[in-house]
Design a binder for this molecule. Sequence first.
Ligand SMILES: O=C(O)C1=N[C@H](C(=O)O)C[C@H](O)C1
Length: 292
Amino acid sequence: MLTGIHVPLITPFDAAGAVAVDAVEKLGRHMLDEGASGLVALGTTGEVAALTPEERARVIEACARVCEERQAPLTVGVTGNDTRTTAAALRELPAGVSAALVTVPYFLRPGERGVVAHFEALAEESPVPLVIYHIPYRTGQAVGAATLRRLAAHPRIAGVKYATGGVDQDAIDLVGDVPEGFAVLGGDDAVISPLLALGAAGGILASAHLETRSFADLADAWRAGDAGDVARARDLGRRLARLSAALFAEPNPTVIKGVLHAQGLIPTPDVRLPLLPAAEETVSRALAALRA
Ligand SMILES: O=C(O)C1=N[C@H](C(=O)O)C[C@H](O)C1
């Protein structure tokens, strides 16, 4: 089962605008050495929509090398709003991938019955277990706790990245009684602490590029849950929520890239259109939040 903090890696670009594969590997190793439980390639944070198929393949290869070296799980993002092409993308996943993070079909709004049929069909074809990426403010499709519970009954559906923008009633219902073997992973950085407090197994968090060790400690502290740990988790959670707010002050991953570049961890802070680089003062504020 996926637990702990998984980092959806940014895709660094070099000065010529190409994917900096060496920097992907360096960053991936750094995240795992700092306490991340696993890596996620080709998430929204990885600017997947702006990468060519060849670039996507090179990013997956680089992450797979690092994860194999460190014996950590690699989850790969697979996005599509049509079942056949999403199934084809899943079938093409290379060796070394542990799970696929599959977005709820976006824009079409097929209804919850359609969502169930989509994921059940994909689960039958996928070579790896699926993690449902539920993010209704991007997809436009609601998925309630009862539907997620029904999908959790499928042996090849391993979890959900839950990102509804807050801790809502469905999150409380689901985390209050998590189906056996199903991982609820938080996907809204600023509210990861309350979700972990309720019993989530971990998170897939872009913010964990920074303060990776503290995010991992936060997950461990809520899981351990004795009095000392709870007090520590509460303080850590408050501090990391402020950091996440600073990192998400402009569209993700522009601020994170600015900060990683300022720290010398990636060759440029560049992003691809339609994203624009974060303003200098936004990056400075995030660096100040980190120092605090
Ligand atoms: O790429 C991801 O996975 C994530 N994307 C979210 C977003 O960009 O809105 C943020 C989350 O931390 C992880």
